[in-house]
Design a protein around this ligand. Structure first.
Ligand code: ADQ
Length: 521
């Protein structure tokens, strides 16, 4: 019995995520706060600017799941528990690190967890992003173990998970639905289960891939990670493959667990965890509208700033600067195209927008250096006085300009070596309102499962084949481009963020009423 005004949660909703929906900062006092610098795809502009020194401004959620969930939590008058990473966050706190957001009648409680620098280093930059992230993306060589082992990072990861679980227990009732986001909280579900009333439902969405047992075996804390996740009533993945790999790992590493593949569930330690797979969508309607409303001149003047000829054939890349995104592989394929097609010189530009991310981690620094030097090398090999084949920028591009670029680009090149879903692919499609763009998409993304047949599929590690797909895109007739984009747009609009949230809540509703204290409907 869903609501007419969008997805609604059964029970009283408690969201748990690493990133917070609202961040309080001291308004610009001349030192310049870098709110967008290390954002995980949630670049945000600040509102309520005030000329007063040290006055407080709030950054609102911009884009992605955080922005999509925000109205749902408002509607539910729920609670959101997240790391308070804003400088002024704890100066606006009322009771117990809670603050009411946003300032309107549908406000909800934001409960911030205050993390010390050491906690952030070890829990976030350490175990989350130098152990679990490379592990789940099948880069075991990039796992960094601190001073030779990761027990300190893992201890902090445990402590932080415990603090989040403790915070959940302060708000939980018999009717609570706890919805946990992502890999920062693998241990929390079991800790929460031990602290909340039986009627509460715990659901978790794991936004990144799940690794093979061979890779997972390299995580010495693997058993605890699995046990933690099996504290959930529901565990969601983008695609079936990740859920299947999760079950493989449970079978291999948790002797006492009973895996039922037909029912997609695991019985362990007296509880049952049901797996669900549902690929996340974006707010397609809003990208469509924003792309329609930008002046076509805007893309041209943006390109002008980077000395790109207005009539160039434009290929676009938009990513966090992350080794999972396959940016060096993409540059190699572009180079191969330039080698093989002198007639495209001067006519074609590849524009790569990269956002620096997790810049304190050595693997990310090395990637940045590699990408910048490759761009320079390729440009000096093929570039002329009035044409550079690759434009590379790490500058902040706001949402409006991003939509303008998506709309303008003849093709979008997305080549991850592994990517849980990839929302950029869908953003390009939703913004391609003229309906004739081409999407080149790696088959190692969750997005490919849904969009693959209408994209030009890429194997990012096969440079020649990748270059051939770029050439196919460059010469594709308009009728075929339109036919493919039409299919893509239907799929992106059908499976948008609202429908994804709706089906998550439908699954939660089934479990919540099953296990609820009374079934009086
Ligand atoms: P990410 O790895 O961050 O997310 P992705 O899904 O592609 O990857 O994008 C996140 C968002 O960041 C998009 O909204 C995009 O517009 C924005 N963004 C990325 N680079 C940008 C740039 N250079 N400039 C401006 N904006 C940029 C994780 C998983 C993904 C999964 C999502 C959601 O790694 O696989 O799709 O969560 O589940």
């Amino acid at each position: 019995e869903s609501d007419d005004d969008g997805p609604s949660c059964p029970g009283s909703l408690i969201v748990v995520s690493n990133r917070q929906p609202y961040r309080h900062e001291y308004a610009d006092d001349g030192s310049g706060t870098e709110t967008a610098a290390d954002a995980e795809g949630t670049d945000s502009g600040s509102a309520d600017e005030s000329p007063d020194e040290r006055s407080i401004a709030v950054d609102e959620p911009a884009g992605g799941l955080t922005a999509g969930l925000d109205p749902v939590v408002q509607q539910a008058n729920g609670t959101w528990i997240a790391w308070g990473d804003g400088e002024a966050d704890f100066d606006v706190t009322d009771e117990g690190n809670c603050v009411t957001v946003p300032p309107n009648e549908d406000a909800y409680t934001l409960h911030r967890i205050d993390l010390s620098e050491e906690a952030v280093d070890s829990y976030y930059y350490g175990f989350s992003n130098q152990a679990l992230w490379p592990l789940c993306h099948e880069f075991p060589d990039l796992i960094e173990k601190g001073d030779g082992d990761w027990s300190n990072d893992f201890a902090w990861y445990r402590t932080v998970n415990e603090r989040f679980a403790e915070a959940v227990s302060e708000h939980a009732t018999d009717d609570s639905v706890v919805w946990i986001q992502d890999y920062h909280f693998a241990l929390a579900p079991r800790m929460i289960r031990q602290r909340v009333p039986d009627g509460a439902t715990i659901a978790h969405f794991w936004h990144i891939p799940w690794p093979t047992p061979q890779t997972f075996a390299q995580c010495p804390e693997g058993e605890q990670i699995l046990e933690g996740l099996l504290g959930n009533d529901l565990l969601g993945f983008h695609v079936d493959r990740y859920a299947a790999l999760f079950l493989d790992c449970v079978e291999e590493f948790l002797a006492d667990a009973v895996v039922d593949r037909d029912e997609q569930l695991v019985r362990y330690d007296g509880g049952t965890t049901r797996l669900i797979t549902d690929a996340m969508g974006i707010d397609a309607e809003s990208y469509d509208q924003d792309a329609r409303s930008v002046d076509k001149e805007q893309a041209t003047s943006l390109l002008e700033q980077y000395d790109v000829p207005a009539d160039t054939t434009l290929a676009l890349g938009v990513d966090r600067l992350d080794y999972s995104k396959g940016i060096p592989e993409r540059l190699s394929a572009i180079e191969r195209v330039l080698e093989r097609n002198p007639d495209w010189h001067g006519e074609f530009t590849f524009f790569q927008k990269a956002t620096p991310s997790r810049t304190g981690i050595p693997a990310y620094q090395r990637l940045g250096e590699l990408v910048r030097s490759e761009v320079e090398r390729i440009n000096s090999r093929f570039g002329t006085d009035d044409w550079q084949p690759i434009v590379y920028t790490e500058e902040y591009v706001d949402h409006e300009n991003l939509c303008a670029l998506y709309r303008r680009a003849e093709m979008m090149v997305i080549s991850p070596l592994l990517d849980g879903m990839n929302l950029v692919a869908q953003e390009y499609v939703a913004s391609n309102v003229d309906g004739d763009g081409v999407l080149l998409l790696s088959d190692r993304t969750g997005a490919h499962e849904r969009l693959g047949s209408a994209t030009l599929t890429i194997d990012p590690t096969d440079t020649d084949a990748f270059a051939s797909q770029l050439e196919t895109a460059l010469s594709m007739p308009a009728t075929e481009r339109r036919r493919r984009m039409n299919t893509l747009r239907n799929r992106v609009f059908d499976g948008d963020l609202e429908s994804w949230m709706g089906s998550q809540f439908d699954e939660i509703r089934r479990v919540h009423t099953d296990s609820g204290p009374d079934d009086d409907e």
